[in-house]
Design a protein around this ligand. Structure first.
Ligand SMILES: Nc1nc2c(ncn2[C@@H]2O[C@H](COP(=O)(O)OP(=O)(O)O)[C@@H](O)[C@H]2O)c(=O)[nH]1
Ligand SMILES: Nc1ncnc2c1ncn2[C@@H]1O[C@H](COP(=O)(O)OP(=O)(O)O)[C@@H](O)[C@H]1O
Length: 402
């Protein structure tokens, strides 16, 4: 149980309407979901630099400090909050640019329910909202030596502005030409295990006797650069990602034959004989799982490298002439502290004409959430922000505002 924040606790005992809940005082907002009231704002109990979250349990009258996962938004001098679908809260920070003002606090999503089982405590998770249409991340799996790394580096070389590699953590020793922070984050097992426990990993697995994992940050760094993320992970990791909120495309790379796989692995000459034997043993199981599980959207046979690479590009929609990201870069706008929000279906109306010197018709924005993807522990993608003129545009569920 936590100490009550400086909030008007009496009013929290009353009932809140569903949908948009806005009660702000001292830069805090309160959103009621069932018997719980989520109070967002003020200082976090661990750091004064980020927005805090506390939960008021109406039935017992107790304050709870939940476990807060994800990247926390920095404090601002005002925000608004809107309840979405009963399981997440959209927080709009005032006084910030539109690429950093939309945040989602997940309170009852499947990810949260899963985390609560592990933590044995109330869990909430922040996820930053990303504007624009960045395409789905790509998960590439396949046995050791099949050519995953070769295909990925071809893709990154040909389309440098489009793709970004998710740099995994591993406890295995670096190979001769591998650089820390570029090929992998080479880590101590104890450090990595602690970070996994702290919820810093999207997925992890024990592969060939070492621990490998994708940190939430590894994927966020790529999303923040406006690039499409590529993950090179094993089949167990792919399964975990499939169960996560990262809405990805799953591609399995298969060798033309087991003999050819062994030949490539030996020719690469990066492993000891013992390691090669272990990787070949595991390859049989991976091939079995990769081909039969239904986990993968596409299976590519890497026989001739050039034609396999062409097939990979076709799957990713990279036809002749496409060299840059499909991303539509949204124009940046400034959101003032004083703004009013309302919700109509999947659209959030943000009226920035609420200030003393502004007319109600100034700066009305519509945030369209109908294409939302992803979520905690990564980014929430697919947000679209439109400027609208309230005197001419009609806003309803069917209206396209662009
Ligand atoms: N689950 C998971 N697997 C990973 C991750 N990073 C790499 N792997 C997988 O670990 C396996 C071993 O990788 P590595 O030691 O680099 O050897 P390689 O497969 O021969 O290139 C490969 O199947 C990789 O796809 C990760 O972050 N998570
Ligand atoms: N289609 C191919 N034909 C022949 N050799 C290949 C082919 N694709 C990759 N290779 C070679 O096989 C070895 C293993 O490839 P690599 O990309 O390191 O595999 P992985 O990342 O899946 O472990 C490398 O020496 C690479 O140059």
């Amino acid at each position: 149980m936590g100490e009550a924040p400086a909030f008007f606790a009496d009013s929290l005992l009353g009932d809140f309407p569903n949908g948009v809940d806005l009660k702000s005082k001292g830069h805090k907002t309160a959103i009621c979901i069932g018997s719980k009231i989520y109070v967002i704002g003020g200082a976090d109990h661990e750091s004064t630099a980020v927005i805090g979250v506390q939960i008021f349990e109406k039935s017992s009258g107790e304050w709870i400090n939940p476990t807060v996962l994800g990247t926390k938004p920095k404090v601002s001098n005002g925000h608004s909050a809107v309840l979405l679908n009963g399981d997440r809260i959209l927080v709009i920070k005032g006084n910030s640019k539109s690429d950093g003002c939309f945040w989602f606090l997940e309170v009852g999503t499947p990810f949260i329910r899963e985390q609560e089982k592990t933590h044995g405590n109330e869990v909430v998770a922040w996820s930053k909202g990303v504007l624009g249409n960045v395409e789905k991340p790509i998960v590439i799996s396949g046995p050791s030596g099949v050519g995953k790394g070769t295909l990925i580096s071809e893709l990154m070389k040909e389309f440098p502005s489009m793709f970004g590699f998710s740099v995994s953590h591993t406890t295995r020793a670096p190979r001769e030409k591998e650089q820390n922070g570029f090929h992998y984050h080479f880590s101590d097992r104890s450090v990595m295990e602690r970070e996994i426990k702290d919820g810093k990993f999207l997925e992890f697995a024990s592969v060939h006797g070492n621990l490998y994992g994708t940190s939430v940050k590894a994927v966020e760094v790529v999303a923040d650069a406006g690039k499409r993320c590529i993950l090179d992970i094993d089949v167990q990791g792919a399964r975990s990602v499939r169960a996560s909120s990262l809405d990805a495309i799953f591609i399995f790379i298969s060798p033309p034959s087991f003999e050819e796989l062994e030949k490539r692995l030996r020719a690469r000459a990066t492993e000891t004989e013992e390691q090669i034997q272990k990787r070949l043993r595991n390859a049989r199981a991976e091939l079995e799982q990769g081909k039969s599980s239904g986990l993968f959207d596409h299976i590519l046979v890497n026989d001739d490298l050039e034609s396999c690479y062409e097939n990979l590009k076709n799957i990713l929609g990279l036809t002749e002439g496409v060299k840059t990201a499909h991303k539509t870069y949204p124009e940046l706008v400034d959101l003032p502290v004083e703004h009013l929000v309302s919700k109509i279906d999947q659209k959030i109306l943000i009226n920035c004409g609420a200030g003393e010197y502004q007319k109600a018709s100034d700066n009305m924005y519509v945030l369209d959430l109908s294409l939302l993807k992803g979520g905690a522990p990564g980014r929430t993608r697919g947000l679209n922000l439109f400027v609208t003129n309230p005197s001419t545009d009609r806003v309803n569920g069917d209206n396209q505002l662009s």
